[in-house]
Ligand binder design. Structure first.
Ligand code: HEM
Length: 316
């Protein structure tokens, strides 16, 4: 009897913690009914001003979620008590859009004081960016809270470098409970946005699984030395349109990054690439599912963390 009631208690505690870790699509429906419209307006304006910003915001959500969960940690500037993620190798002089999120946060604070987290703003802004660039929509689950700290070391360990092979990528995404299909679908975000020369130089000069005309055309703007930050579109066909052309590119050896082309190089992801390339609907469905899965990585909920007043700093 005693052990039965102890078991009951264990089950109750487990249920309570599972419930508190659960996000919900209706989280702000009563506390801030205008939250989603306010975020969407901010994203729409930013993407109208510069299409690439949509890509930058999608990436920011990814870089947030992979480092200690989707908790807005990527947005924190360094302080006296911690060195944050923005100076970590995968982010330094690379991530963009923090100012756009700061502006949206100001607008959201004006409609609902200290109610909507920066982590949730990032998740919604990523969805609205994809939609603004012509991609699919999905329901964003909400209720994440913001971290009170950030870790440069964790950013360096948990974000993938473009030199990774298929095995490294599969393991790193697997560590975040994301399947190989999720990983291939999420990489499809490289249907938008740009990369700096320093991330694809080695590929266009030294790799053999690259279309020769494509490599030659990229070399003009990305010399063997210098021009580190010169840009090229990740999707050579439709750089500002969210579509499945990324996968068609891979099938003709026109992936820009090494980590793109490894998805179609005779390995275990080839069939998934073929399937996403031949059906936009199949890709869209896998991508939206994977974005929800990524958005569920270790959220802080309930009384964990805080709702920041300003996304770049912890509340004083
Ligand atoms: C699979 C492993 C991945 C690697 C190795 C990788 C690496 C990179 C690199 C090196 C860049 C160029 C950055 C620069 O030049 O400053 C980039 C850009 C980008 N990445 Fe990834 N990425 C990966 C996965 C993802 C995922 C999962 C997403 C989102 C779901 C994503 C979204 C983007 C976007 C949208 C851009 C363009 C950003 C812009 O134009 O500002 N990436 N990525």
């Amino acid at each position: 009897m005693a052990s039965a009631s102890r078991l009951g208690l264990v089950v109750l505690v487990a249920m309570a913690s599972a419930a508190s870790a659960q996000l919900s699509s209706t989280f702000y429906d009563t506390s801030c009914p205008n939250a989603l419209a306010t975020i969407k307006a901010g994203v729409t304006t930013a993407v109208q001003n510069e299409a690439r910003m949509g890509a930058s915001l999608v990436r920011l959500h990814f870089h947030d979620c992979f480092v200690d969960g989707c908790d807005g940690s990527v947005l924190l500037a360094d302080t006296g008590s911690f060195i944050g993620e923005q100076g970590a190798a995968p982010n330094n002089n690379s991530i963009r859009g923090m100012n756009v999120i700061d502006n949206i946060k100001t607008q959201v604070e004006a409609v609902c004081k200290q109610t909507v987290s920066c982590a949730d703003i990032l998740a919604v802004a990523a969805r609205d960016s994809v939609v603004a660039l012509g991609g699919p929509t999905w329901t964003v689950l909400l209720g994440r809270r913001d971290s009170t700290t950030a870790s440069k070391t964790n950013a360096e360990n948990d974000l993938p470098p473009p030199t990774f092979d298929l095995q490294n990528l599969t393991t790193l995404f697997g560590n975040k409970q994301l399947s190989m299909t999720d990983m291939v679908a999420l990489s499809g975000a490289h249907t938008i946005g740009q990369s700096q020369c320093r991330f694809f130089r080695d590929r266009i000069y030294n790799e053999t699984n690259i279309n020769t005309t494509f490599a030659t055309s990229l070399r003009a703007n990305c010399p063997q030395s210098g021009g580190d930050s010169s840009l090229a579109p990740l999707d050579t066909q439709t750089p500002n349109g969210f579509d499945n052309a990324y996968y068609t590119n891979l099938m003709s050896q026109k992936g820009l990054l090494h980590s793109d082309q490894v998805l179609f190089n005779g390995g275990g992801a080839d069939n998934t690439v073929r399937s996403f390339s031949s059906s936009a609907a199949t890709f869209n469905s896998a991508f939206t599912t994977a974005m929800v899965n990524m958005g569920n990585i270790a959220p802080k909920t309930g009384t964990q963390g805080q709702i920041r007043l300003v996304c770049s700093k912890v509340n004083s």
